[in-house]
Design a protein around this ligand. Sequence first.
Ligand SMILES: CC(C)(COP(=O)(O)OP(=O)(O)OC[C@H]1O[C@@H](n2cnc3c(N)ncnc32)[C@H](O)[C@@H]1OP(=O)(O)O)[C@@H](O)C(=O)NCCC(=O)NCCS
Length: 223
Amino acid sequence: MNKEVTYYYYIIYPKEKRISERKPPNQARAFTFILYWIREKIKMNSFIINTERLGLRRWLDSDLKPFSYLNRDPEVMKYYPKTLSDLETLEMVRRIKHHFEKNDFGLFAVESKGTGEFIGYTGFLIPTFQSFFTPCVEIGWKFKKECWGRGFATEAANACLNYGFETLKFEKIVSFTSALNINSEKVMKRIGMKYVTDFDHPQIEINSPLCRHVLYQIDNGKV
Ligand SMILES: CC(C)(COP(=O)(O)OP(=O)(O)OC[C@H]1O[C@@H](n2cnc3c(N)ncnc32)[C@H](O)[C@@H]1OP(=O)(O)O)[C@@H](O)C(=O)NCCC(=O)NCCS
């Protein structure tokens, strides 16, 4: 955030008004920090999906740090091929933003209304690999460990399903995860998705214990 504040300082204060060229003085720092904070709050209030405890929205620059923390946690990443470096997280956020630009939907950043903090993501993506069930729209979720066991994933996913069927007019939504990822599979069941089959994920090495996946799906009730 420091970098952002400095960046705004150089935008807001014309050259002749800057006391120091290298470092914003405290007063200017405070002012630019307040502007930055207001900008973040305005953006934060524009939730696309609201639930009782959560706000789902597009991504903010300030999500990067807590998202990196989450992607570095071996427990959170237990059923992914590996943990992610900060650079890999940055690349992932870029891909998520690009997905939003291209399709008008994506993985939403999830914010706790109680604390105002970023706690994970839930939303949609279009898988890039080919399989017997693609092309399709997938629903996925990932939350920081401290937020597990409180029903957040189920709450966010239920709201996303409604948004997916009512607003985005999807006919069918799938979800898949490693067959070992019982907690994720439980979310699928809780939101009313039905088991379809097991399959080997084409992007995971066949000898990996993570290769075997479960596939679930739900339709809009009209197909
Ligand atoms: C998958 C993941 C989101 C599931 O998290 P979770 O906390 O188990 O799921 P929920 O947030 O829906 O919480 C449900 C649990 O909270 C409990 N709970 C507590 N308070 C609750 C409330 N107010 N409302 C609903 N459930 C509540 C439920 O009983 C349930 O516990 P149980 O599974 O022991 O029965 C989480 O494990 C995660 O982020 N994993 C890492 C990322 C990942 O693997 N993603 C999937 C990859 S495909």
